[in-house]
Design a protein. Structure first.
Length: 141
């Protein structure tokens, strides 16, 4: 069955925000793109479960977040370079202060518990209201 143009446009308009959210969750552009792609596939496959009149972006963010958490649980047992020595040898110090500040921000953000990090990103970076972020995260305001 062909998809309604307004639904298709709503889904496509959310892609940049979904990508930014995915990058902030996993810290890897390639993995983030995979998350967004899988989110799009799942949304299209389950479009009948979307309730018209509700927030399409919130629905898509919920799909992405749930998929990220599922993947995280699967990958949690995978350990590569557990002590970090190999990764440290490959790092190159940034040449600009902006990069240092961004890295410090990312490090501080990564120290937050996942639920707080998600809420902060949804409200601060993605522009959702507290209520919408709480709905996406499945918690109280």
């Amino acid at each position: 069955m062909p998809m309604d143009d307004s639904v298709r446009n709503s889904i496509l308009s959310a892609v940049p925000s979904l990508r930014a959210f995915a990058i902030s969750l996993c810290g890897n552009v390639d993995r983030a793109d995979d998350l967004v792609q899988e989110t799009m596939l799942r949304a299209i496959a389950n479009i009948d479960s979307f309730q018209p009149g509700t927030n399409m972006a919130a629905w898509l963010f919920t799909i992405l977040r749930n998929h990220f958490r599922s993947e995280y649980r699967k990958r949690r047992r995978e350990v590569e370079d557990a002590d970090g020595h190999h990764a440290d040898s490959l790092k190159q110090q940034p040449e600009q202060h902006g990069h240092i500040e961004l890295n410090e921000f990312r490090a501080a953000l990564s120290q937050l518990p996942p639920d707080q990090r998600e809420a902060l990103i949804l409200v601060g970076a993605s522009g959702f209201s507290y209520e919408e972020a709480a709905h996406i995260c499945g918690c109280a305001v």
